[in-house]
Design a protein around this ligand. Structure first.
Ligand code: AMP
Ligand code: ZN
Ligand code: FE
Ligand code: FE
Length: 279
């Protein structure tokens, strides 16, 4: 079994890179990709700690991009060669957008009467606080009953305190991934739209812009949806990727490797197919 979509404490996961490796080892994962939001820091640490485990560690990153007015998540994998320094420094630059957004978000929450500070948010995360950390703080302080409620009421795109963040255009991210010899995959297409016709149109257009793969298997995809995304992969000659989107306690219903209620069991052949696509 493999898992190509996971987060550590270097973004908004609750397990450190070492704890993630230990868990992966415990459940017998053959390959693990760390795909933190906008940082390689979790992967870099894991790479240095991956001794004695029989796990093939894959370098990845999850980028939030904007595409025709929507926020679209793009996974980038560096399967046969490491990301270039140019790509790494571009990714580091994206973190500025998060810091700016975090300052604005805390100001907005405070203006709504919530007694919260950026320091308190930073305490809950390690490196790069994201909205899940703001949600945890709102729960901790009794302003929301659950993380989900904190998102629904305050943090979601349609909620009262939402603050947009500077995100790169999908086209720019794709170009930079290609230039850096990475492989791009459209993350959790279910979050873009549930309408099959619309998804097909979007995926076809993205393919023309250089998209190389689609995340067919994900904790949030039903078997029917996965099979639809698989048919799109065939039709548009896209490679197939899959992963749980594991965040640890931050998303307690999602398990490493096996996803939501055991809806995932990805074979090593998926990684082999990506390698042959790269070569
Ligand atoms: P950020 O990248 O800091 O804007 O935070 C985005 C992360 O927040 C996503 O990766 C999800 O883990 C989480 N998230 C976004 N929207 C929701 C939502 N409506 N409900 C629960 N979690 C969400
Ligand atoms: Zn996340
Ligand atoms: Fe995502
Ligand atoms: Fe993710």
């Amino acid at each position: 079994m493999i898992d190509l979509h996971t987060h550590t404490t270097e973004s908004d996961g609750s397990r450190s890179p070492l704890e993630l490796l230990q868990l992966a080892n415990h459940i017998g994962l053959e390959a693990l990709a760390i795909t933190d939001h906008d940082t390689f820091s979790g992967y870099d640490q894991a790479k240095n700690l991956n001794h004695g485990f029989h796990i093939e560690l894959i370098c990845g990153v999850e980028l939030s991009t904007h595409y025709n007015g929507r926020s679209v998540h793009l996974l980038a994998y560096f399967i046969s060669e490491p990301p270039t320094l140019k790509f790494r420094s571009w990714v580091e630059g994206l973190q500025t957008g998060r810091h700016v957004r975090n300052e604005k978000l805390i100001a907005k929450l405070r203006s709504m009467g919530f007694d919260v500070t950026l320091k308190e948010v930073a305490r809950l995360g390690k490196k790069l606080p994201g909205r899940p950390h703001f949600a945890s703080l709102l729960v901790e302080k009794g302003y929301a009953a659950s993380i989900q409620e904190a998102f629904d009421k305050y943090l979601d795109e349609n909620a009262t305190c939402f603050v947009p963040r500077d995100e790169p255009a999908f086209e720019e991210a794709i170009e930079r991934i290609i230039e850096s010899k990475g492989l791009s995959s459209l993350a959790h297409p279910i979050r873009i739209s549930r309408a099959h016709g619309m998804i097909e149109e979007i995926v076809g257009a993205m393919r023309m812009k250089g998209l190389q793969a689609i995340e067919v298997f994900h904790s949030d995809h039903s078997p029917e949806e996965a099979s639809f995304y698989n048919s799109l992969a065939q039709r548009y000659s896209l490679a197939v990727t899959g992963g749980s989107d594991f965040h640890g306690n931050a998303k307690p219903h999602i398990a490493l490797g096996t996803g939501r209620q055991n809806n995932l069991n990805l074979s090593f052949s998926i990684l082999e197919q990506l390698k042959s696509k790269r070569d």
